[in-house]
Design a protein around this ligand. Sequence first.
Ligand code: DPP
Ligand code: ZN
Length: 848
Amino acid sequence: QPVQYLADYRPWPFTLSETRLDVTLAPRDTRVRAELRLTPQQAGSDLVLDGGTELRLISLTVDGQQPDPSHVIREGERLTVVAAALPQGPFTLATEVGIDPADNTAFEGLYLSNGIFCTQCEAEGFRHITFYPDRPDVMTTFSVTIRSDLPVLLSNGNPVSKAPGVAEWHDPWPKPCYLFALVAGDLVAVSDSFTTRSGRKVALNVWVRPGDQHRADFAMQSLIKSMKWDEDVYGREYDLDVFNIVAVDDFNMGAMENKGLNIFNSKLVLASPETATDADYERIESVIAHEYFHNWTGNRITCRDWFQLCLKEGLTVFRDQQFTSDMRSAAVKRIEDVQALRARQFREDQGPLAHPPRPDHYEEINNFYTATVYEKGAEVIGMLKRLVGNDGYAKALDLYFDRHDGDAATIEDWLKVFEDATGRDLAQFKRWYTDAGTPVVEMSEDWQDGRLTLSFRQSTPPTPGQTEKPARIIPIAVGLLGPNGDEVAGTRVLELSEDSQSFDFDGLSARPVVSALRGFSAPIILRRDLDDATRAFLLAHDTDPFARWEAGRELALSALTTLATGGEAGSSYIASIGALIAEDQTDPAFRALSLNLPGEEEIATRLAYLGQTPDPDAIHTARTDLARRIASAHEPLLSRIYDEMTVPGAYSPDAVSAARRALRIAALGLLGRIDGGERAEVLFGVAGNMTERMAALAVLLRLGHGAPALAALLDEFGDNRLVMDKWFSIQAMAAPPQDAVAVASALAERNDFDWKNPNRFRALLGGLAANHAGFHSVDGSGYAFTADWLIRMDAVNPQIAARMSTAFETWPRYDEMRRAHARAALERIASVKGLSRNTREMVSRMIA
Ligand code: DPP
Ligand code: ZN
């Protein structure tokens, strides 16, 4: 199956009304007996099931009879029972297979993670458990029997019975097999309950390894908040008697929304003040919510096929973003989301891996769990909401849940509910789903006789396989500020639909300053000619928090790009940022976000976008110098902030406390440029929380004197996987660029570099990739090191290798020398015999 096309979709020619599984667990020889109740829908159809080549077929019967062996054909990842061997009416197919979970290093299907049996079936993992129609549009009820001596045996749905050595589960909600889950192990639960608004009492459990219970409370509280929020905001109630969450150490993704039995990467469940940072807590809260919200957007309404992945993921990300905005600060959340979108999705859109939120072809679906499908998918929904208004959105969502509950739906279905609920034609809007690339919108202003005219031109650069980019619907939220900084016109949403368009604002007594793209109203690049003085004015006065932050960001970026290309700049930014952080009334989190300079990757992206070749070393130097100048210019102020922004009392991960710590460590990072690391050294020793300790450690590592702090952490947390992941990653990330590859190589030699664990591998390789000037070392050593490890990982876990290969996705924008090294590294990967389909697809797209 080389390339799959959306256009080739055909319904499955059978219906499946029931699935019964009976699983006898053993590390090397697990037996899976499956009974599928099938009815042919088209006479003469062969029954074609998916099944990994490693499945050992032990028996197969149709209505209890063994078919003639010539009627059962195994070919690649397929098993076919030819039509001649099948009844015309309903029948039962029964199979038994043997599998080897202990040998499953790809962590897809049923595998062992530190003695815990667990599963991961999205997207196509169920075929590694048994022969099955492994496609999301085949939905049915599951009854599962698990046989094992392990104490805790879990599956989807509600428990039916439990006796020593055997447990039965029944899931009454029809579901596709990618939502199947099974867990068995020596686990303990942190338990609570939630009563839904219609009075159903739901037992809640977060299952962890014995000894980790005290790190699971925050996850439980996050779950309870999510359940309440989905009732209050979307009117969605939970629909089973139990909701189980299990934390496992080896997990390819962050977490998985299996019906009633979510399985999580332990780093997104376990948290205590000594081990987790504020960012970890915020992420745990949002991912717990995300997976819970999938119960309606993903599980009750699923996807017809994997091309529609953004139907559930874009919507569920949008919902978890709304949730976090309600739990914390909406303004800060929006800025964080935009930063993440630019760092990951804009980067993707500008390079060889660009694809639309709904792709129309793929080789390996696991390569499409991307920032474009997820985060851009969420942005597209944010635009829809802006265009139809809050009431229109609420009506459309109610209609979506009414109309499609129990369905495997498409993006067309999704857009149709908006059209039907609001009367709006969304044919042109649909391009956001089908077209790749980030639109560039140029805005210009004309001022005459009290009338301001804003003119816009939109264009989208070509992306692989898509050269023509017709105009899209783009909502641009605009407000006007008077010369004294007061808002003279509140936010108005201008709707672009053509290549060029103008809008007038009349009756103005003086020329206003335009605050544009408020709230980041569309995922575009807005270009406008603004001088530093106007940006500084917006940074001082804009009433829209995003636009205000953006003005500061633009000031910083324009200084940094100038500095990185040999010019002189920065004084305007330094002055403005000093004024902003001195505003004691302004949210510390906002001040922290404004004070943190754009990263080196972001500067490189901006330079590339301006048509220049980024020089990673010059970028690093420019950023370091500007940070030092800011610190020198504002030392007393930063020092006062550092001293004042302490948080009294016991650690709490709430937004207000986290905001103070964020501003404090932003100040620390700058002061560390001029105080020789004195403050960081003290803080590392006295801080009672991981947020401040990691920030202090980063300062020390950048200065090249992190050794004592690293030794202290190792001593204290050497047996805590999650802390050790941070220990690995921060060293690679914060090392001075010229040392980064050597640091990473030395870390890779350690016995505790348990590289087959996805978190540990990502910590080291991802840490190096995040060290921009280190990874892009001009001698090619960063590329070569990464390629060596991708090749090694590919043989063990193709999903992780393919995902991490995106470290290379920006290679075409660098200079000739670096390009030659990067290409050589990619070609070396491509030449590996037996390279996985996953990595092969990624590498060939990148060197196409
Ligand atoms: N578990 C992944 C997520 O929730 C894939 N569905 O996004
Ligand atoms: Zn999701």
